[in-house]
Design a protein around this ligand. Structure first.
Ligand code: SAH
Length: 346
């Protein structure tokens, strides 16, 4: 659907207020409309019942309200829900609701496709089409919050930016979305319940530190040896571990926030003692913990989850060095909703 009208949700509250003044109306009308758009999630001007009919028509003449639609929803037998989300231009991204006994976590996408080329990740096979706008990220969270209330009788409690795309390559929009998610006019969630996961863009990690962001940082490390990391995450050739390390030291110095390293152990790739020793060294640069993620196969047989013995070696060596390590079981594998499986297959 081609339109030249502007998306009203691209306007800040201040710009909306100014728009109404320019139309000969009052500033507070901007606040009312803003509330409809962001707190009440209105998708149509006609739903804005405390705004006069003429004003609604005037808005209709100037603007559109772009919004996402949950195109298809799949439920896993472990309770995980995957949404295929249709954007206003017809492109699709996926987001996932992950329930545990105490929490409901939303895993959201930040880009359509991904420009990185991590060899083990299904999303890397989709070309990066475009960045998501702040409202498209926000809407994924709202959709999952609604599903959480519907299926689990509780609101969403946590958000991880671990869906499709590299959040730090769409930093401004991710930040704006998080502002909306955390502001009382949006969802009022605590930033402490939000984690941004990155494959490690040093310059942007420093920028996050300078911006004094309040949410958590996770880095998809997978190897602390340059050669190995570059072979599975070719992007590491441009941003080698020494640069990543320097950025993470800067992050910790500024924010005092512990870093989580996400790490999959693969057979024959990073399952030797030497690999664990390198990881332990890397963990010493800034306070951190390690999250061992189960590998979710992406159908090419190139990567195999390492043996239990290798995982046990990681756990015991990390613990012996006083590094906190957790093992994260996969969720939603049966519906291709687990880490690295998001590829618009359904
Ligand atoms: N681009 C960001 C966020 C998306 S990926 C990042 O790289 O962090 C979210 C997490 O899933 C990352 O830690 C990623 O390395 C991991 N992942 C990707 N493919 C996977 C797979 N097939 N199995 C398990 N984890 C995978």
């Amino acid at each position: 659907m081609e339109t030249t009208k502007k998306d009203i949700r691209a306007l800040t509250k201040e710009q909306l207020r100014e728009f109404f003044v320019a139309q000969g109306d009052q500033e507070f009308r901007g606040n009312q409309v803003y509330e409809w758009l962001w707190s009440k999630g209105a998708h149509k001007f006609e739903d804005m019942t405390n705004i006069s009919k003429d004003t609604r028509q005037m808005l209709q003449d100037h603007f559109v309200i772009n919004h996402i639609e949950v195109d298809q929803m799949q439920r896993s037998n472990d309770g995980t829900v995957k949404n295929a989300v249709r954007l206003h231009d017809g492109l699709i991204v996926e987001s996932v609701l992950i329930p545990t006994s105490k929490r409901t976590t939303a895993c959201v996408s930040s880009q359509v496709g991904c420009s990185l080329d991590c060899k083990f990740c299904a999303t890397s096979r989709l070309k990066r089409m475009r960045n998501l706008n702040p409202d498209e990220i926000f809407d994924q969270v709202v959709a999952i919050d609604k599903e959480s209330k519907l299926y689990f009788n509780r609101p969403l409690s946590n958000i991880v930016f671990m869906g499709m795309g590299e959040p730090l390559m769409n930093y401004n929009n991710v930040l704006k979305a998080i502002e909306k998610i955390t502001s009382p006019e949006g969802l009022g969630m605590s930033p402490k319940r939000i984690i941004v996961s990155t494959s490690g863009v040093p310059k942007m990690i420093k920028k996050m530190a300078d911006d004094e962001v309040k949410f958590g940082l996770a880095v998809s490390l997978h190897s602390a040896i340059d050669e190995v990391r570059t072979s599975i995450m070719p992007f590491n050739a441009t941003f080698p571990l020494a640069d990543l390390r320097e950025a993470l030291e800067y992050w910790y110095a500024k924010t005092k926030n512990t870093i989580t390293y996400e790490y999959v152990v693969w057979e024959g790739i990073n399952d030797s003692k030497k690999d664990v020793e390198a990881l332990i060294q890397f963990c010493k640069f800034a306070p951190s913990k390690v999250n061992l993620i189960e590998y979710n196969p992406i159908d090419d047989g190139q990567f195999q989850q390492a043996s239990n013995a290798a995982i046990e070696m990681y756990i015991s060596m990390l613990e012996a060095s006083n590094i906190t390590v957790t093992v994260r079981r996969s969720r939603g594998k049966d519906i291709d909703a687990a880490c690295g499986q998001l590829a618009n297959k359904s």
